[in-house]
Design a protein around this ligand. Structure first.
Ligand code: CA
Length: 262
């Protein structure tokens, strides 16, 4: 049930755009969206209900320069990875592309595996950055801020270091059950003398904080031998914008949720 990561492909060449979308879809793990112009891309990125984990951005667009579009996105606070697709691989183009705030560039014609490798590398880096935010049930989870934010209810939950580490680790388990011992080793370290009782205590407190009904948890569930984070579960009524699982990086970064950065 691992959700696909939405990627925006901004490319005016219809054949290349379709190929990229098709290949990303076939690759699995990605949900491609398409825009054929800078204006269409900006409209899609400005949609408060949309989220894109990364942008593949052509330099030469019919209504503008991709590098300028990238610079505008950065100024607008969007910090998801942007990979420029450049026609010319001259050094000047490269430098200008990176100056505009792009994370990487790839010159056409490129091989798809190389593009995918670069995109995955950028997504990995981003997931570990201070900007990273992930969807868990009704919350946006921001590990660097040690915060869960339920925007629909205007509710913020502060987490301890250990609670943050537990959620982060369970999130990365990608919906797979995590044995108690593995969780203990990952969160407390291999040489710690901490017992599963300590872990259970932390789980208890975490459920009190995040579950609608801590007695019958729907997010942090106990399974045979360990725990599972059901991050796609929606336990509260949501606005139509809600209920989407999986990373919400740029969404968390761009939505002007009141008090988000307090
Ligand atoms: Ca073009």
């Amino acid at each position: 049930m691992s959700a696909s990561r939405p990627i925006l492909i901004v490319e005016d060449d219809p054949a290349l755009r379709a190929t990229l979308a098709e290949q990303l879809m076939a690759e699995g793990g990605f949900l491609p969206h398409e825009a054929e112009s800078a204006a269409e891309a900006e409209a899609k990125l400005a949609d408060a209900d949309a989220r894109f984990d990364a942008v593949l951005l052509d330099v030469g667009l019919p209504d503008g320069d991709g590098r300028e579009l990238c610079a505008r996105l950065r100024r607008g606070g969007k910090n998801m990875p942007v990979i420029m697709l450049t026609g010319a691989d001259g050094e000047l183009d490269v430098v200008r592309g990176l100056d505009s705030g792009a994370n990487d560039y790839i010159a056409k014609p490129f091989r798809l595996p190389e593009l995918l490798a670069r995109m995955r590398a950028q997504l990995r880096t981003f997931d570990n950055s201070e900007h990273a935010a992930f969807g868990i049930g009704p919350y946006v989870f921001r590990p660097s801020a040690k915060l869960l934010h339920d925007a629909a209810r205007g509710r913020k939950i502060r987490l301890t270091d250990k609670e943050t580490a537990i959620l982060k680790f369970l999130y990365r388990a990608d919906g797979k059950p995590m044995p108690r011992q593995v969780l203990l080793d990952e969160v407390w370290g291999y040489n710690s003398a901490v017992t599963t009782h300590t872990l259970e205590t932390h789980m208890y407190r975490l459920r009190q904080k995040i579950e609608a009904n801590p007695g019958s948890p729907t997010l942090l569930r106990t399974v045979m031998g360990g725990y599972i984070l059901d991050r796609a579960t929606t336990q509260f009524p949501r606005s139509p914008a809600g209920g989407t699982p999986r990373p919400l990086h740029q969404q968390a970064g761009e939505r002007s949720v009141p008090g988000r950065d307090e």
